[in-house]
Design a binder for this molecule. Structure first.
Ligand code: NAD
Ligand code: WQD
Length: 336
């Protein structure tokens, strides 16, 4: 496969990570079509993508659960490869509504794989998550670790289960080339401030919550736990700039090979919640109201990537810092 000008289907392409990947794909000269049902994104994202790239991807408002509508998208165009972001991702909601998560994420993936196979499209990059490593008491995760150990929520289980489905598919049909990218904690946004993460209501994740406090929409950040066995007592995570993450997908396209392969996409550098708060205050020049609250059930004290396999095989590593991410977030907040 010539990898220079590919026709790529991006599911979930109007979402937070998908939209950043679409920008990078268009900038590299690929042709992009998006499938999204807009359950967690806005159609206006297409205007922002066009403002940044001067190109407007073809958009299909299609739910992956609607297999006949999905098949029509494949009937209409021949894709060289698919990047699959579409899915629900709220951990707490997945505990309350497991069937919704299993249906959307697993059935959605199965429908996509069936459409791909029947249309002879056999290159796939899948958005997986560091959550597949579960709780094995290991802080720096490497791809040789087992997955699926002590997973604490249905959302995480869907990522694990889809990886298992993809492995089985590659055994049964050796023409498939599949990469699962295990994201750590994506943060930040495009340098223009035109794209970004803007959840409705009260966010669950750290950076969207910090953004709402900085924008004056929430009074203060509650830091969940300051008595962990970490240098400052708060949890350590691997925050990766979403543009670095997006570029990891470009590297994965070049690295596709027969069978199933998983790569961590992280920086390899742990950052504590308090360090993130301090960095935000330094870059913004403003204090960020915060207080300590009890631990959040299910949180691991330390989780960060060993990203050396992606460096070795894909020639990719993260280049941007959390300060870059915070600077870009401040631009995004000012654009809103
Ligand atoms: P997002 O919610 O912003 O984007 C997901 C997109 O998928 C949304 O635009 C949504 O409308 C769409 N979608 C959901 N279900 C659909 C369906 N049935 N049919 C069609 N479209 C559907 O989320 P994101 O942060 O951009 O995440 C993208 C992917 O990366 C997800 O699979 C997520 O699980 C995974 N991931 C995200 C993170 C993170 O912290 N953001 C970390 C690890 C993995
Ligand atoms: C980060 C740190 C919190 C909010 C989750 C999913 C994971 C993946 C990424 C998709 C933790 C602390 C947070 C707040 C806080 N998603 N925190 N106050 O939990 O590492 O991972 O998102 O695959 O599956 O579980 O990310 O951003 O929620 O939390 O103190 O208001 O910030 O305790 O230490 P997490 P997060």
């Amino acid at each position: 496969m010539n990898k220079d000008n590919l026709h790529i289907l991006v599911t979930g392409g109007t979402g937070y990570i998908g939209s950043h990947v679409v920008v990078e794909l268009l900038d590299q000269g690929h042709t992009v079509e998006i499938v999204d049902n807009l359950i967690n994104s806005q159609i206006e994202v297409l205007d922002k993508i066009e403002q940044i790239t001067n190109q407007r991807p073809v958009f299909h408002e299609v739910d992956l659960l609607d297999s006949s509508a999905l098949n029509q998208v494949f009937d209409h165009s021949h894709f060289d490869l698919v990047i699959h972001f579409a899915g629900l991702k709220a951990v707490a909601e997945s505990i309350e509504q497991p069937l919704k998560y299993y249906d959307n994420n697993i059935t959605g993936a199965l429908n996509l794989l069936q459409s791909m196979q029947s249309h002879d499209v056999k290159q796939l990059i899948f958005s997986s998550s560091a959550t597949v490593y579960g709780d094995q008491g290991i802080e720096q995760c490497v791809e040789t670790l087992p997955t699926g150990i002590k997973l604490t929520n249905p959302y995480g289980k869907t990522k694990y289960m889809i990886e298992e489905i993809l492995k089985d598919l590659c055994v049964a049909d050796p023409e498939f080339n599949i990469i699962a990218l295990r994201y750590f904690n994506p943060v930040g946004n495009h340098v223009s401030g035109l794209l970004g993460e803007n959840p409705n209501g009260i966010p669950n994740n750290l950076m969207p919550y910090i953004m709402k406090v900085a924008a004056g929409e929430l009074p203060e950040l509650h830091i969940f736990g300051n008595d962990y066995e970490t240098p400052d007592g708060t949890c350590l995570r691997d925050y990766i700039h979403v543009v670095d993450l997006a570029r990891g997908h470009l590297a994965a396209i070049r690295g596709l090979k027969p069978g199933f392969t998983a790569y961590n996409l992280g920086t390899g550098r742990p950052t504590s919640v308090l360090e993130m708060v301090t960095a935000f205050e330094q870059v913004s020049g403003q204090p960020l109201s915060h207080s300590f609250a009890p631990r959040r059930p299910g949180d691991l004290p330390k989780l960060y990537a060993d990203p050396s396999k992606a460096e070795r095989d894909l020639n990719w590593h993260a280049e941007l810092t959390i300060e870059d991410a915070i600077r870009d977030i401040l631009t995004f907040i000012n654009h809103k």
